[in-house]
Design a protein around this ligand. Structure first.
Ligand SMILES: Nc1ccn([C@H]2C[C@H](O)[C@@H](COP(=O)(O)O)O2)c(=O)n1
Length: 187
């Protein structure tokens, strides 16, 4: 038997992985969180890059977003710095928090007003109180997050208070895969 024929025969046998469903495919939650992480890579914030992804009940991505300045507010003109605590009014105007649109808000805005009732939001960082208000108002029913690094801050405590009050579920996503490599040269 020629080498080619032997390879064909091997490919046809039941042992060959080519004839079976792949086992190391990406599971849905990892897939959507990875999409959020990829989206976060677009952020120009030097300290914290956040990505978010909204998914409907049929696992279709509805919109994605990341933290950044509003459209046409230049990344090179508006400040990426933080004002020191107890700053004067002028210093506060040089604080990024005055200008940044959060990833979750951008994802919601990117849906262009479509119904989000019953959708899930994947975010790399737990939503603040302002984003929680939006999440509730548009009817998102579940939030999955990776990091909760600001959990102790009042904004995040207020966020949980609101989400708890209205029954929006939230849970930390524990990835099944620790890393995912994207290789642009893979064939
Ligand atoms: N859930 C969140 C929380 C924060 N952000 C944005 C806002 C800022 O650009 C950055 C946080 O900066 P830091 O205070 O860590 O210097 O992340 C967001 O998009 N979503």
């Amino acid at each position: 038997m020629s080498e080619d024929a032997a390879q064909d025969l091997e490919a046809q046998t039941s042992k060959s992985p080519e004839n079976h469903k792949r086992k190391d495919y990406l599971h849905w939650d990892d897939y959507f969180m990875a999409t959020s992480l990829l989206s976060a890579k677009r952020s120009k914030d030097p300290v914290t890059q956040v990505g978010a992804c909204i998914v409907d009940s049929q696992n279709r991505i509805v919109a994605i977003g990341y933290n950044g300045f509003p459209r046409n507010c230049s990344d090179d003109v508006f400040p990426w710095s933080k004002a020191p605590k107890r700053s004067k009014k002028d210093d506060l105007l040089e604080d990024k928090k005055m200008y940044v649109v959060h990833a979750e808000a951008n994802a919601i805005l990117n849906t262009k007003g479509m119904s989000l009732s019953g959708t899930r939001l994947y975010t790399t960082l737990f939503p603040c109180n302002e984003c929680a208000k939006l999440i509730i108002q548009v009817g998102i029913s579940q939030v999955l997050y990776l990091s909760d690094k600001y959990a102790h801050k009042p904004k995040y405590l207020a966020s949980k208070r609101m989400l708890d009050a209205v029954g929006v579920e939230y849970k930390r996503h524990i990835p099944l895969k620790k890393t995912i490599t994207i290789d642009f040269e893979e064939d």
